[in-house]
Design a protein around this ligand. Structure first.
Ligand code: SF4
Length: 165
């Protein structure tokens, strides 16, 4: 059974994709964006490890509404395990969002085929904008994915927001 390194879970987030979501932060990122808000996730040898099956069981407990965001760190640096995790979560009926620092062109079609949303692009400190939904800097892009077909979400579109109140 494949293993993944992860840093933490966060529940009831309103900032990590559309709606109220639970977030699984995977461990390890070699990108080194200046001003990264999650530097403790960079060391691939730190954090915890768990099998894909164990993480699905954790997701069942953490995500009552079955909306999960897989963030990091850089989830795509654990591509094989990420694929397995996403495939199992999809089988279990989760709505899946992935946050990556890779550009959308670098994301494998096989992954896009299985997920519902993706935020793509590195954090660029000089483009930081706290008024935008779901992203840290204005160069980053958010997409809805349906069977691998992408529709870009205009960042700031209030129709994609679900209140946490
Ligand atoms: S890709 Fe994400 S986790 Fe990695 S350095 Fe950039 S902002 Fe930080």
């Amino acid at each position: 059974m494949k293993e993944l390194h992860y840093a933490a879970w966060k529940q009831e987030s309103c900032d990590d994709g559309p709606g109220v979501r639970s977030v699984l932060f995977l461990q390890g990122c070699s990108k080194g964006c200046l001003g990264c808000h999650n530097a403790k996730t960079h060391d691939a040898g730190a954090g915890y490890s768990a099998s894909v099956l164990e993480l699905v069981q954790q997701a069942e407990m953490m995500c009552e509404n079955k909306r999960i965001t897989i963030s990091g760190g850089e989830p795509l640096e654990q591509m094989e395990g990420l694929h397995s995790l996403v495939a199992l979560l999809k089988d279990e009926g989760f709505e899946i969002c992935v946050y990556t620092g890779w550009s959308i062109e670098q994301v494998p079609a096989s992954l896009l085929q299985m997920i519902d949303y993706i935020k793509a692009g590195p954090f660029i400190a000089s483009l930081r904008d706290t008024t935008l939904q779901y992203v840290g800097s204005s160069n980053q892009r958010m997409f809805r994915c349906v069977c691998g077909n992408l529709t870009e979400i205009p960042i700031g579109d209030a129709s994609y927001t679900v209140s946490c109140a």
